[in-house]
Design a protein around this ligand. Structure first.
Ligand code: PLP
Length: 440
């Protein structure tokens, strides 16, 4: 009898006992290649000596001081590190303890910005279908993940959704990339006009869609077009890089590859790489100056924001990524991973698409490749892949509901940035029989 209220109480879980590099080890000594870092979290693998040393040092000096009384040297240093590399004028870092908290803060900051700016009528948030922004009520309300929202609908504030940029399923045959992204930008513009040109607070999107649809990157100039529509109507752009940020795509900030900067950027998982719970919201000069120059402060806060030990861990993670030039490895290993997956699954009628950026890779499973018909959801192929992979000592992050929240299956693969070419080959080698067994 366990007294832990587990995420899935009916599952019998192995006990994680240790971690070494790209492997997790359970209490029976079984080793697992961690090809997903949980949910794209453990970007430096496990037991990284530099991060451990930074945490130990910080705890010895000072574990925690409340942010209404003090700042700390590590929080200041980490904010300097992040703003120095962030796109545009994203210079103001607000630390939180995870992704959902950071999304909540971003939504509130967007609203407060408009209030301070004399635009109290701006209250609508637009996001995209097939998105995930977190499980707290505000983040769940804007998210477009049907099954996660369903039971809680009466509690969720109204939000509005437009189509994601999901070329594999939604780009029409004969439609060019330019035509497709224009159609999506037009849809956003129409939604803004429908809600009231000066009544929309912000548009929220994952730069690369993560858990809900499986590493779906934007096409061509999608975000440039979206940025232009937002600017035309004074709508803020909030990019959620909780999963895709901090180097996962081969760029420290995923949107850098798209040549744009949002007004507010949200990061989490790879920020602290799982060594400590930490997320952040980074605001532009305009947002910060309006709020601080107005009422003087952001009307928000939690007990653990800016936690010194969490900041120390994240600082060590980010310094390691920069000093060891790990993003070059992310780019090279990502190319290798996608190429290998395309090769090994070339003749699989059930593998419809291999996609992603950097070490953020999705494999979409289908019943039949030409029609892209999803597999029968009753088969729960995604969870079979997960357990077959675990049996073979491999951790990947499969999910169902890829197409519309109910139908569709994909496998998300997000290996640590320290993976070698041989590690990537070993991951693919274990994945193939797991997929075979799940589809059998
Ligand atoms: N936003 C995105 C894009 C995510 O992928 C997630 C988590 O998977 C969240 C927000 C929520 O983050 P957390 O689980 O840390 O609250």
């Amino acid at each position: 009898m366990t007294h832990v209220f587990h995420r899935y109480p009916k599952m019998t879980l192995p006990v994680a006992a240790a971690g070494e590099g790209i492997e997790l080890i359970d209490s029976k000594g079984k080793r697992y290649l961690d090809a997903c870092g949980g949910a794209a979290v453990s970007c430096l693998g496990h037991g990284h000596p530099r991060v451990l040393a930074a945490i130990h040092k910080q705890v010895d000096e000072l574990a925690y001081a409340h942010t209404s009384f003090f700042t700390t040297a590590v929080a200041e240093q980490l904010a300097d590190e992040l703003s120095a590399s962030a796109p545009g004028d994203l210079n103001h870092v607000y630390f939180l303890s995870g992704g959902s908290e950071a999304v909540e803060a971003a939504l509130k900051l967007a609203r407060q910005y408009h209030v301070e700016n004399g635009q109290k009528q701006r209250r609508h948030f637009i996001a995209r279908r097939q998105s995930y922004h977190g499980n707290t009520l505000g983040a769940l309300a804007i998210g477009g993940n049907a099954w996660r929202r369903e039971a809680f609908l009466p509690l969720l504030t109204p939000s509005h959704h437009v189509a994601p940029c999901y070329a594999y399923r939604e780009q029409l045959s004969g439609e060019s990339d330019a035509q497709y992204v224009q159609r999506l930008a037009d849809e956003l513009e129409a939604k803004i006009l429908e809600l009231g040109a000066d009544e929309v607070a912000a548009f929220v999107a994952e730069t690369v869609v993560g858990a809900t649809a499986g590493a779906v990157p934007p096409v061509g100039d999608y975000f440039k077009k979206i940025r232009a529509v937002c600017d035309k109507y004074g709508v803020l752009l909030i990019l959620d890089e909780v999963m895709s940020g901090m180097g996962r795509t081969g760029h420290l900030y995923a949107c850098a590859e798209d040549g744009i900067a949002p007004d507010i950027l949200v990061i989490a998982k790879g920020l602290g790489a799982g060594y400590q719970p930490i997320g952040a919201m980074i605001a532009s000069d305009r947002i910060y100056n309006t709020v601080v120059g107005g009422s003087g402060f952001f009307q928000h806060g939690h007990t653990y924001i800016g936690h010194a030990t969490a900041c120390a861990a994240a600082l060590a993670v980010q310094q390691t990524i920069r000093e060891e030039q790990l993003l070059l490895n992310v780019q090279a290993r990502g190319e290798q991973l996608r190429a290998r997956l395309r090769e090994v699954f070339a003749n699989y009628p059930n593998v419809g698409d291999v996609r992603g950026r950097g070490l953020f890779v999705g494999v979409e499973l289908v019943a039949e490749r030409d029609s892209k018909q999803p597999l029968d959801p009753a088969r729960r192929t995604h969870s079979r892949v997960k357990s077959e992979a675990m049996q073979r000592g491999l951790l990947v992050y499969p999910m169902g509901g890829t197409v519309d929240g109910r139908q569709g299956d994909h496998i998300l693969i997000a290996p640590p940035f320290i993976s070698t070419a041989a590690d990537i080959d070993a991951m693919v080698e274990r994945l193939v029989p797991a997929v075979d067994a799940a589809l059998a």
